[in-house]
Design a protein around this ligand. Structure first.
Ligand code: LLP
Length: 422
Protein backbone atom coordinates (compact mmCIF):
# COMPACT_ATOMS: atom_id res chain seq x y z
CA UNK A 1 0.00 0.00 0.00
CA UNK A 2 1.39 3.42 -0.96
CA UNK A 3 0.35 6.98 -1.66
CA UNK A 4 1.32 7.38 -5.33
CA UNK A 5 -1.89 7.80 -7.33
CA UNK A 6 -3.29 9.51 -10.42
CA UNK A 7 -5.49 12.59 -9.95
CA UNK A 8 -6.72 14.42 -13.04
CA UNK A 9 -4.52 12.14 -15.15
CA UNK A 10 -1.31 13.12 -13.40
CA UNK A 11 0.62 10.97 -10.95
CA UNK A 12 0.60 12.51 -7.48
CA UNK A 13 2.55 11.79 -4.34
CA UNK A 14 -0.06 12.23 -1.65
CA UNK A 15 -1.57 15.60 -2.72
CA UNK A 16 1.41 16.84 -4.70
CA UNK A 17 1.53 16.79 -8.50
CA UNK A 18 4.78 15.21 -9.72
CA UNK A 19 4.86 17.44 -12.81
CA UNK A 20 5.03 20.46 -10.51
CA UNK A 21 7.95 19.04 -8.56
CA UNK A 22 9.76 18.29 -11.84
CA UNK A 23 9.14 21.87 -13.04
CA UNK A 24 10.52 23.21 -9.80
CA UNK A 25 13.64 21.14 -9.33
CA UNK A 26 14.31 19.45 -12.66
CA UNK A 27 14.83 15.74 -13.24
CA UNK A 28 15.80 13.12 -12.23
CA UNK A 29 14.92 13.00 -8.54
CA UNK A 30 13.82 10.64 -5.80
CA UNK A 31 10.53 11.42 -4.15
CA UNK A 32 9.30 9.93 -0.86
CA UNK A 33 5.89 9.90 0.78
CA UNK A 34 5.63 10.62 4.50
CA UNK A 35 2.23 8.92 4.72
CA UNK A 36 3.61 5.70 3.22
CA UNK A 37 6.64 5.65 5.51
CA UNK A 38 4.40 6.21 8.52
CA UNK A 39 1.90 3.62 7.40
CA UNK A 40 4.49 0.90 6.94
CA UNK A 41 6.02 1.56 10.32
CA UNK A 42 2.67 1.59 12.07
CA UNK A 43 1.40 -1.58 10.37
CA UNK A 44 4.48 -3.43 11.59
CA UNK A 45 4.23 -1.83 15.01
CA UNK A 46 0.60 -2.91 15.30
CA UNK A 47 1.40 -6.47 14.21
CA UNK A 48 3.90 -6.71 17.09
CA UNK A 49 1.92 -4.71 19.62
CA UNK A 50 1.20 -7.75 21.79
CA UNK A 51 4.85 -8.83 21.89
CA UNK A 52 7.69 -7.23 23.85
CA UNK A 53 9.48 -5.70 20.86
CA UNK A 54 11.52 -2.83 19.47
CA UNK A 55 11.60 -1.88 15.80
CA UNK A 56 15.08 -0.72 14.80
CA UNK A 57 14.76 0.62 11.25
CA UNK A 58 17.70 -0.51 9.07
CA UNK A 59 19.23 2.85 8.17
CA UNK A 60 21.08 1.36 5.18
CA UNK A 61 17.80 1.12 3.22
CA UNK A 62 17.34 4.88 3.10
CA UNK A 63 19.47 7.07 5.31
CA UNK A 64 18.22 10.50 4.32
CA UNK A 65 17.85 12.36 7.59
CA UNK A 66 14.34 13.53 6.72
CA UNK A 67 13.33 9.89 6.29
CA UNK A 68 15.06 8.93 9.53
CA UNK A 69 13.41 11.80 11.40
CA UNK A 70 9.98 10.79 10.07
CA UNK A 71 10.43 7.25 11.35
CA UNK A 72 12.20 8.24 14.57
CA UNK A 73 9.27 10.47 15.56
CA UNK A 74 7.07 7.40 15.59
CA UNK A 75 9.32 5.93 18.27
CA UNK A 76 11.56 3.73 16.15
CA UNK A 77 15.05 2.72 17.09
CA UNK A 78 17.69 2.27 14.39
CA UNK A 79 19.98 -0.48 13.14
CA UNK A 80 23.25 1.02 11.89
CA UNK A 81 26.24 -0.57 10.18
CA UNK A 82 28.81 2.23 10.26
CA UNK A 83 29.73 5.28 12.26
CA UNK A 84 28.33 7.35 9.40
CA UNK A 85 24.92 5.77 9.90
CA UNK A 86 25.23 6.09 13.67
CA UNK A 87 25.97 9.80 13.31
CA UNK A 88 22.97 10.24 11.01
CA UNK A 89 20.67 8.51 13.48
CA UNK A 90 22.00 10.59 16.37
CA UNK A 91 21.78 13.78 14.28
CA UNK A 92 18.01 13.38 14.01
CA UNK A 93 17.67 12.68 17.71
CA UNK A 94 17.36 8.89 17.87
CA UNK A 95 18.21 8.03 21.50
CA UNK A 96 21.47 6.08 21.69
CA UNK A 97 19.76 3.43 23.78
CA UNK A 98 17.59 2.54 20.79
CA UNK A 99 20.52 2.02 18.41
CA UNK A 100 21.98 -1.35 17.45
CA UNK A 101 25.35 -1.49 15.67
CA UNK A 102 25.68 -4.41 13.23
CA UNK A 103 28.17 -5.36 10.54
CA UNK A 104 30.91 -7.86 9.89
CA UNK A 105 33.84 -5.44 9.93
CA UNK A 106 33.59 -2.76 12.60
CA UNK A 107 36.88 -0.95 13.17
CA UNK A 108 38.25 -0.12 16.62
CA UNK A 109 37.55 3.55 15.89
CA UNK A 110 33.92 2.74 15.16
CA UNK A 111 33.66 0.65 18.33
CA UNK A 112 35.14 3.53 20.33
CA UNK A 113 32.66 6.02 18.92
CA UNK A 114 29.68 3.76 19.56
CA UNK A 115 30.81 2.86 23.09
CA UNK A 116 31.17 6.53 23.97
CA UNK A 117 27.63 7.10 22.70
CA UNK A 118 26.36 4.28 24.96
CA UNK A 119 24.32 2.56 22.26
CA UNK A 120 21.85 -0.22 23.04
CA UNK A 121 24.11 -2.94 21.74
CA UNK A 122 26.53 -4.42 19.26
CA UNK A 123 25.67 -7.33 16.97
CA UNK A 124 28.97 -9.15 16.82
CA UNK A 125 29.89 -11.51 13.99
CA UNK A 126 33.09 -13.34 15.00
CA UNK A 127 35.37 -14.28 17.89
CA UNK A 128 37.95 -11.86 16.46
CA UNK A 129 35.42 -9.03 16.75
CA UNK A 130 34.44 -10.11 20.29
CA UNK A 131 38.07 -9.88 21.39
CA UNK A 132 38.57 -6.50 19.74
CA UNK A 133 35.37 -5.08 21.24
CA UNK A 134 36.31 -6.41 24.67
CA UNK A 135 39.74 -4.78 24.53
CA UNK A 136 38.37 -1.43 23.26
CA UNK A 137 35.71 -1.43 25.99
CA UNK A 138 38.27 -2.20 28.70
CA UNK A 139 40.58 0.57 27.42
CA UNK A 140 37.70 3.05 27.58
CA UNK A 141 36.32 1.77 30.87
CA UNK A 142 33.00 1.08 29.15
CA UNK A 143 30.78 -2.00 28.96
CA UNK A 144 29.57 -3.23 25.58
CA UNK A 145 26.22 -5.01 25.43
CA UNK A 146 26.47 -7.73 22.84
CA UNK A 147 24.33 -10.07 20.78
CA UNK A 148 26.22 -12.63 18.75
CA UNK A 149 25.03 -13.05 15.17
CA UNK A 150 24.40 -16.71 14.58
CA UNK A 151 24.29 -18.05 11.05
CA UNK A 152 21.56 -20.70 10.97
CA UNK A 153 22.50 -22.09 7.54
CA UNK A 154 18.99 -21.50 6.20
CA UNK A 155 18.27 -20.76 2.57
CA UNK A 156 16.31 -17.49 2.41
CA UNK A 157 15.33 -18.26 -1.23
CA UNK A 158 16.21 -14.79 -2.40
CA UNK A 159 18.75 -13.31 -4.83
CA UNK A 160 22.20 -14.80 -4.19
CA UNK A 161 23.76 -11.37 -3.57
CA UNK A 162 21.40 -10.60 -0.69
CA UNK A 163 21.15 -14.01 0.92
CA UNK A 164 23.12 -13.93 4.18
CA UNK A 165 22.13 -16.95 6.27
CA UNK A 166 23.91 -19.85 4.53
CA UNK A 167 26.98 -21.40 6.08
CA UNK A 168 29.27 -20.21 3.29
CA UNK A 169 28.14 -16.57 3.58
CA UNK A 170 30.52 -14.25 5.43
CA UNK A 171 28.00 -13.46 8.17
CA UNK A 172 27.74 -14.57 11.78
CA UNK A 173 29.18 -17.51 13.65
CA UNK A 174 28.21 -21.08 12.79
CA UNK A 175 25.16 -22.41 14.60
CA UNK A 176 27.10 -25.52 15.62
CA UNK A 177 29.80 -23.56 17.47
CA UNK A 178 27.50 -20.91 18.96
CA UNK A 179 27.48 -22.40 22.47
CA UNK A 180 31.25 -22.53 22.76
CA UNK A 181 31.57 -18.99 21.39
CA UNK A 182 29.01 -17.72 23.94
CA UNK A 183 31.01 -19.50 26.65
CA UNK A 184 34.21 -17.81 25.47
CA UNK A 185 32.46 -14.43 25.23
CA UNK A 186 31.15 -14.85 28.77
CA UNK A 187 34.74 -14.89 30.03
CA UNK A 188 35.81 -11.68 28.24
CA UNK A 189 36.03 -8.45 30.25
CA UNK A 190 34.24 -5.29 29.15
CA UNK A 191 31.34 -7.05 27.45
CA UNK A 192 27.98 -8.41 28.55
CA UNK A 193 26.45 -10.90 26.16
CA UNK A 194 22.70 -10.66 26.54
CA UNK A 195 21.25 -11.41 23.12
CA UNK A 196 21.22 -13.41 19.92
CA UNK A 197 21.15 -11.87 16.47
CA UNK A 198 20.25 -13.36 13.10
CA UNK A 199 19.51 -12.02 9.64
CA UNK A 200 19.13 -14.52 6.83
CA UNK A 201 18.74 -12.19 3.88
CA UNK A 202 16.69 -9.51 2.22
CA UNK A 203 13.63 -9.44 -0.07
CA UNK A 204 12.34 -12.69 1.40
CA UNK A 205 8.91 -13.55 0.04
CA UNK A 206 8.07 -16.74 1.90
CA UNK A 207 7.55 -17.40 5.61
CA UNK A 208 9.18 -20.84 5.58
CA UNK A 209 12.83 -19.70 5.89
CA UNK A 210 11.89 -17.31 8.69
CA UNK A 211 10.08 -20.10 10.55
CA UNK A 212 13.04 -22.43 10.17
CA UNK A 213 15.54 -19.83 11.39
CA UNK A 214 13.37 -18.60 14.30
CA UNK A 215 12.88 -22.19 15.47
CA UNK A 216 16.64 -22.67 15.51
CA UNK A 217 17.12 -19.43 17.46
CA UNK A 218 14.49 -20.57 19.95
CA UNK A 219 16.31 -23.82 20.45
CA UNK A 220 19.62 -21.99 20.85
CA UNK A 221 18.12 -19.59 23.41
CA UNK A 222 17.09 -22.58 25.54
CA UNK A 223 20.51 -24.23 25.20
CA UNK A 224 22.34 -21.02 26.09
CA UNK A 225 20.13 -20.37 29.08
CA UNK A 226 20.68 -23.94 30.22
CA UNK A 227 24.42 -23.21 30.09
CA UNK A 228 23.90 -20.15 32.29
CA UNK A 229 23.74 -17.34 29.69
CA UNK A 230 21.20 -14.62 30.38
CA UNK A 231 19.61 -14.20 26.97
CA UNK A 232 17.26 -11.24 27.18
CA UNK A 233 16.69 -10.31 23.58
CA UNK A 234 16.46 -11.96 20.22
CA UNK A 235 17.24 -9.71 17.26
CA UNK A 236 15.58 -11.38 14.29
CA UNK A 237 17.02 -9.02 11.65
CA UNK A 238 15.07 -7.69 8.70
CA UNK A 239 14.40 -9.24 5.34
CA UNK A 240 10.66 -9.05 4.82
CA UNK A 241 10.15 -8.57 1.08
CA UNK A 242 8.00 -6.10 -0.84
CA UNK A 243 6.13 -6.50 -4.13
CA UNK A 244 8.12 -5.10 -7.06
CA UNK A 245 6.29 -5.99 -10.28
CA UNK A 246 2.49 -6.11 -10.19
CA UNK A 247 2.46 -9.83 -10.94
CA UNK A 248 5.62 -10.66 -9.03
CA UNK A 249 6.01 -12.61 -5.79
CA UNK A 250 3.78 -11.37 -3.00
CA UNK A 251 5.57 -11.08 0.35
CA UNK A 252 3.95 -12.27 3.57
CA UNK A 253 1.93 -9.68 5.47
CA UNK A 254 3.40 -8.14 8.65
CA UNK A 255 0.59 -9.87 10.60
CA UNK A 256 1.57 -13.31 9.27
CA UNK A 257 5.22 -12.55 9.94
CA UNK A 258 4.40 -11.49 13.52
CA UNK A 259 2.36 -14.66 13.98
CA UNK A 260 5.37 -16.80 13.00
CA UNK A 261 7.51 -14.92 15.51
CA UNK A 262 4.92 -15.52 18.21
CA UNK A 263 4.60 -19.21 17.37
CA UNK A 264 8.33 -19.90 17.28
CA UNK A 265 9.88 -17.71 19.97
CA UNK A 266 6.87 -16.13 21.66
CA UNK A 267 7.11 -18.22 24.82
CA UNK A 268 10.76 -17.49 25.61
CA UNK A 269 10.17 -14.21 27.46
CA UNK A 270 12.70 -12.43 25.27
CA UNK A 271 12.44 -8.94 23.86
CA UNK A 272 12.22 -9.19 20.07
CA UNK A 273 14.23 -6.67 18.08
CA UNK A 274 13.31 -6.19 14.42
CA UNK A 275 15.53 -4.57 11.77
CA UNK A 276 13.23 -3.84 8.84
CA UNK A 277 14.57 -1.66 6.07
CA UNK A 278 12.97 -2.41 2.73
CA UNK A 279 9.43 -3.02 4.01
CA UNK A 280 9.40 0.47 5.57
CA UNK A 281 11.03 2.49 2.80
CA UNK A 282 10.78 0.73 -0.56
CA UNK A 283 7.20 1.49 -1.53
CA UNK A 284 7.49 4.94 -0.01
CA UNK A 285 9.72 6.20 -2.81
CA UNK A 286 9.80 6.65 -6.58
CA UNK A 287 12.52 7.73 -8.95
CA UNK A 288 11.21 10.32 -11.40
CA UNK A 289 13.03 10.57 -14.70
CA UNK A 290 12.47 12.30 -18.05
CA UNK A 291 12.70 10.73 -21.48
CA UNK A 292 15.57 12.14 -23.53
CA UNK A 293 15.16 10.15 -26.74
CA UNK A 294 13.11 7.27 -28.03
CA UNK A 295 15.51 5.28 -30.15
CA UNK A 296 14.57 2.45 -32.49
CA UNK A 297 17.11 -0.02 -33.77
CA UNK A 298 16.47 -2.90 -36.16
CA UNK A 299 15.70 -5.18 -33.27
CA UNK A 300 14.60 -3.08 -30.36
CA UNK A 301 12.99 0.01 -28.93
CA UNK A 302 15.11 1.89 -26.39
CA UNK A 303 13.60 4.63 -24.27
CA UNK A 304 16.59 6.67 -23.17
CA UNK A 305 15.96 8.55 -19.92
CA UNK A 306 17.97 10.97 -17.78
CA UNK A 307 18.32 8.59 -14.80
CA UNK A 308 20.80 5.77 -15.00
CA UNK A 309 22.36 2.81 -13.23
CA UNK A 310 24.39 5.19 -11.07
CA UNK A 311 21.12 6.56 -9.67
CA UNK A 312 19.32 3.22 -9.27
CA UNK A 313 21.59 0.20 -9.53
CA UNK A 314 19.10 -2.46 -8.45
CA UNK A 315 17.86 -3.52 -11.92
CA UNK A 316 21.34 -4.31 -13.17
CA UNK A 317 22.87 -5.53 -9.90
CA UNK A 318 20.05 -7.74 -8.64
CA UNK A 319 17.92 -8.22 -11.80
CA UNK A 320 15.26 -6.26 -9.97
CA UNK A 321 12.06 -5.47 -11.86
CA UNK A 322 10.81 -2.10 -10.69
CA UNK A 323 7.40 -1.20 -12.01
CA UNK A 324 7.38 1.88 -14.26
CA UNK A 325 4.42 4.24 -14.54
CA UNK A 326 4.06 7.17 -16.91
CA UNK A 327 3.50 10.38 -14.94
CA UNK A 328 0.75 11.31 -17.42
CA UNK A 329 -1.96 8.73 -17.05
CA UNK A 330 -3.16 9.29 -20.61
CA UNK A 331 -0.01 7.49 -21.80
CA UNK A 332 -1.03 4.30 -20.02
CA UNK A 333 -3.99 3.94 -22.35
CA UNK A 334 -1.49 3.47 -25.24
CA UNK A 335 -0.82 0.00 -26.50
CA UNK A 336 2.16 -1.31 -24.57
CA UNK A 337 5.24 -2.04 -26.61
CA UNK A 338 8.23 -4.19 -25.77
CA UNK A 339 11.21 -1.99 -24.91
CA UNK A 340 14.23 -1.34 -22.70
CA UNK A 341 14.35 1.76 -20.51
CA UNK A 342 18.01 2.77 -20.46
CA UNK A 343 20.17 5.56 -19.09
CA UNK A 344 22.93 7.60 -20.73
CA UNK A 345 25.82 5.64 -19.13
CA UNK A 346 28.32 3.92 -21.38
CA UNK A 347 27.55 0.34 -20.38
CA UNK A 348 25.08 -2.18 -21.71
CA UNK A 349 24.21 -2.92 -18.09
CA UNK A 350 22.81 0.58 -17.75
CA UNK A 351 19.08 -0.05 -17.75
CA UNK A 352 16.12 0.58 -15.48
CA UNK A 353 13.96 -2.03 -17.21
CA UNK A 354 14.68 -4.65 -19.87
CA UNK A 355 12.25 -6.31 -22.26
CA UNK A 356 9.27 -4.67 -20.64
CA UNK A 357 5.88 -3.89 -22.19
CA UNK A 358 5.34 -0.17 -21.58
CA UNK A 359 3.57 2.69 -23.36
CA UNK A 360 5.45 4.38 -26.19
CA UNK A 361 6.95 7.48 -24.58
CA UNK A 362 8.04 10.63 -26.35
CA UNK A 363 10.98 12.86 -25.66
CA UNK A 364 10.16 15.06 -22.65
CA UNK A 365 7.69 12.63 -21.04
CA UNK A 366 8.11 11.85 -17.36
CA UNK A 367 8.06 8.38 -15.87
CA UNK A 368 8.17 7.13 -12.29
CA UNK A 369 10.17 4.07 -11.33
CA UNK A 370 8.32 2.58 -8.37
CA UNK A 371 9.45 0.91 -5.16
CA UNK A 372 12.67 2.90 -5.26
CA UNK A 373 12.60 4.24 -1.71
CA UNK A 374 14.86 1.50 -0.35
CA UNK A 375 18.38 0.81 -1.62
CA UNK A 376 17.93 3.51 -4.29
CA UNK A 377 19.50 6.85 -3.35
CA UNK A 378 21.77 5.21 -0.77
CA UNK A 379 23.46 3.09 -3.44
CA UNK A 380 23.89 5.93 -5.94
CA UNK A 381 27.26 7.06 -7.22
CA UNK A 382 28.66 9.79 -9.45
CA UNK A 383 29.87 7.34 -12.13
CA UNK A 384 30.41 9.07 -15.48
CA UNK A 385 30.73 12.31 -13.45
CA UNK A 386 26.98 12.50 -13.11
CA UNK A 387 25.61 14.55 -10.25
CA UNK A 388 23.90 12.74 -7.38
CA UNK A 389 20.20 13.40 -7.77
CA UNK A 390 18.01 15.33 -5.33
CA UNK A 391 15.67 13.76 -2.82
CA UNK A 392 12.24 15.19 -2.11
CA UNK A 393 9.96 14.44 0.81
CA UNK A 394 6.23 14.99 0.46
CA UNK A 395 3.76 15.42 3.29
CA UNK A 396 0.15 15.92 2.26
CA UNK A 397 0.20 18.97 -0.04
CA UNK A 398 3.73 20.08 0.86
CA UNK A 399 7.05 19.05 -0.55
CA UNK A 400 10.60 19.82 0.51
CA UNK A 401 14.00 19.20 -1.01
CA UNK A 402 15.67 17.01 1.59
CA UNK A 403 18.89 16.63 -0.35
CA UNK A 404 19.62 19.28 -2.98
CA UNK A 405 21.20 18.58 -6.32
CA UNK A 406 24.90 19.39 -5.97
CA UNK A 407 26.62 21.67 -8.46
CA UNK A 408 29.33 20.64 -10.91
CA UNK A 409 31.73 22.86 -8.98
CA UNK A 410 30.97 20.77 -5.93
CA UNK A 411 31.51 17.49 -7.79
CA UNK A 412 34.68 18.52 -9.56
CA UNK A 413 35.99 20.42 -6.54
CA UNK A 414 36.20 17.20 -4.55
CA UNK A 415 39.42 16.26 -6.38
CA UNK A 416 42.64 18.13 -5.89
CA UNK A 417 45.87 18.08 -7.84
CA UNK A 418 49.17 17.05 -6.28
CA UNK A 419 51.89 19.71 -6.06
CA UNK A 420 53.77 18.29 -9.07
CA UNK A 421 50.77 18.77 -11.37
CA UNK A 422 49.42 22.08 -10.22
N1 LLP B 1 19.68 -6.26 9.27
C1 LLP B 1 20.83 -6.63 8.69
C2 LLP B 1 21.89 -7.21 9.52
C3 LLP B 1 21.01 -6.48 7.31
O1 LLP B 1 22.15 -6.86 6.74
C4 LLP B 1 19.96 -5.91 6.54
C5 LLP B 1 20.13 -5.72 5.10
C6 LLP B 1 18.79 -5.52 7.19
C7 LLP B 1 18.67 -5.72 8.56
C8 LLP B 1 17.63 -4.92 6.47
O2 LLP B 1 17.08 -5.83 5.58
P1 LLP B 1 15.71 -5.51 4.81
O3 LLP B 1 14.60 -5.48 5.82
O4 LLP B 1 15.88 -4.21 4.14
O5 LLP B 1 15.58 -6.62 3.84
N2 LLP B 1 21.01 -3.56 -1.54
C9 LLP B 1 20.16 -4.73 -1.55
C10 LLP B 1 19.70 -5.11 -0.17
C11 LLP B 1 20.84 -5.35 0.79
C12 LLP B 1 20.38 -5.70 2.17
C13 LLP B 1 21.53 -5.73 3.10
N3 LLP B 1 21.19 -6.01 4.47
C14 LLP B 1 18.98 -4.49 -2.48
O6 LLP B 1 18.89 -3.44 -3.09
O7 LLP B 1 18.15 -5.39 -2.64
Amino acid sequence: MHHFKYHNNVLHVEDVDIINIAKDIGTPFYCYSTATLERHYSVLMKAFSNQNSLICYAVKANSNQAVLATIARLGAGMDVVSVGELRRARAVGVPADKIIFAGVGKTRDEMTYALREHILGFNVESTEELEALSSVAVELGEIARVAIRVNPDVDARTHAKISTGKSNDKFGVPFSSALSIYNEAGRLPGIIVNGIHMHIGSQITSLAPFREAFNLMGQLTKNLRHAGHKIQHLDIGGGLGVPYLKNGDLPPSPEDYAAIVRQTIGDLGVKVILEPGRMIAANAGVLVTRVIFVKRTETKLFTVVDAAMNDLIRPTLYDADHEIWPVSESLSTNVNVLQDVVGPICETGDYLAQNRYLPVFRSGDLMAVLTAGAYGAVMASTYNSRLMIPEILVKENMFAVVRPRPTYDHLIGLDCLPSWLS
